[in-house]
Design a protein around this ligand. Structure first.
Ligand code: ADP
Length: 366
């Protein structure tokens, strides 16, 4: 039997998983993804399987399929623990924790801060609990990397009665930024303490201003809707628009949420897709506009992050768009050229590895 760690990253439209050997090198031995849940779901496991499912596969069924597949392909493994990506840890969790019943109860308080993510993150924990009742489960938080933001950077200009209730910027994609910093320390050690803006550009997108390895500012807010336009999320819009939709257009809260979360961003601007690859292939002017807009906004927000840092030494790209779309990177860099020179770098996103390491460390401590 080999001791292994299972890592789950459960979202509403995809489930990523990896199995790691539980030794000092943390060798990945299985890596897979169920994608397009809610559309045409497909389970792809590197070197093993590509299984398509009929449309209408619910997120919990999709998760069961993934866990059952892993269980059926257990190669003499002894799963000693599972690590989970948990999007929101509120002001309570600023480092990884064992997900016992009390912690799980507390996390329910943050579901409304991340309604698109938290229910699926927690579903992953419950499903594994049923299948592997004896293993320890560890939660790693996307908000944790930003726990040291100062009040100047995390406050909204709102009355204290609201601010006292936890209404503040938390920031997300922290596991991705942690990995970025680990790679920078390895690949560009001279830059590790410089003024860095990391750009996580995937279906979700945000920027993080990093100084001396720590998050100083970030573009997402209390929720993962703020900041950059994304695949289907609007990013920052005038809050008066939300009031207008409710008061004048008589839209329901869920109608507004549906627009801002699922039908805006690249999808809303192009009217075609949230997939940058499809937009690149299209000669529709709206697709071109959506891509131009995205690059422009990333550059504008990068300048904002640079103010928080007092300058910019290094711009790092990660996430599906950041890693693969050279034209997007060039366009962003071109917009920033009036602000002087800075280095650029690309890091392949690997949130699962960060989760595996935290899980291993927590096991050794407890
Ligand atoms: P998620 O946030 O779901 O993890 P990813 O980081 O995988 O998303 O990023 C998904 C985005 O990356 C999509 O918009 C997709 O079009 C884009 N992308 C992936 N590969 C490429 C590529 N070769 N060229 C341009 N965009 C790409």
């Amino acid at each position: 039997m080999r001791d292994v760690l299972l890592v789950l990253n459960c979202g509403s439209s995809s489930i990523k998983f990896q199995v790691f050997e539980n030794d000092s090198r943390l060798m990945p031995i299985l890596k897979g993804k169920m994608k397009d849940i809610g559309g045409r779901p497909e389970l792809v496991v590197a070197g093993h399987a590509k299984i398509t499912f009929g449309s209408g596969l619910s997120p919990d069924r999709a998760l069961s399929e993934v866990v059952q597949w892993i269980h059926a392909h257990d190669n003499n493994w002894n799963i000693i623990a599972a690590g989970h990506r948990i999007v929101h840890g509120g002001e309570v969790f600023s480092k990884p924790v064992v997900l016992d019943n009390e912690v799980l109860k507390t996390l329910q308080n943050f579901v409304s801060f991340a309604p698109l993510h938290m229910p699926y993150n927690l579903m992953g924990v419950e499903t594994l609990k049923k299948m592997y009742p004896d293993i320890r489960q560890i939660g790693c938080f996307d908000t944790a990397f930003h726990a040291g933001l100062s009040a100047l950077h995390y406050s909204y200009a709102l009355p204290s009665s609201l601010r006292e209730q936890g209404i503040r910027k938390y920031g997300f994609h922290g596991l991705s930024y942690e990995w970025v910093m680990e790679r920078i320390r390895e690949e560009l050690p001279n830059q590790a303490n410089s003024r860095i803006v990391a750009a996580h550009l995937g279906n979700g997108a945000s920027l993080c201003a990093i100084k001396n390895g720590k998050s100083v500012d970030t573009t997402m807010g209390m929720t993962a809707l703020d900041g950059l336009p994304m695949g289907t999320r609007s990013g920052a819009v005038d809050p008066g628009i939300v009031l207008h939709m409710i008061n004048e257009m008589r839209m329901s809260a869920s109608g507004v949420e549906n627009i801002l979360s699922k039908n805006s961003g690249l999808k809303g601007l192009s009217g075609i897709s949230n997939d940058v690859r499809l937009l690149r292939q299209s000669d529709n002017p709206d697709a071109t506009f959506a891509l131009r807009y995205f690059a422009f906004k990333v550059a504008q927000h990068t300048a904002q992050m640079a103010v928080s840092l007092g300058g910019l030494d290094l711009l790092v790209f990660t996430g599906g768009i950041g890693e693969n779309d050279e034209r997007m990177r060039e366009s962003i860099i071109r917009h920033l050229s009036p602000f002087g020179s800075f280095a650029t770098h690309i890091v392949k996103c690997n949130e699962e590895r960060v989760i595996a390491r935290h899980t291993q460390r927590l096991l050794s401590e407890s």
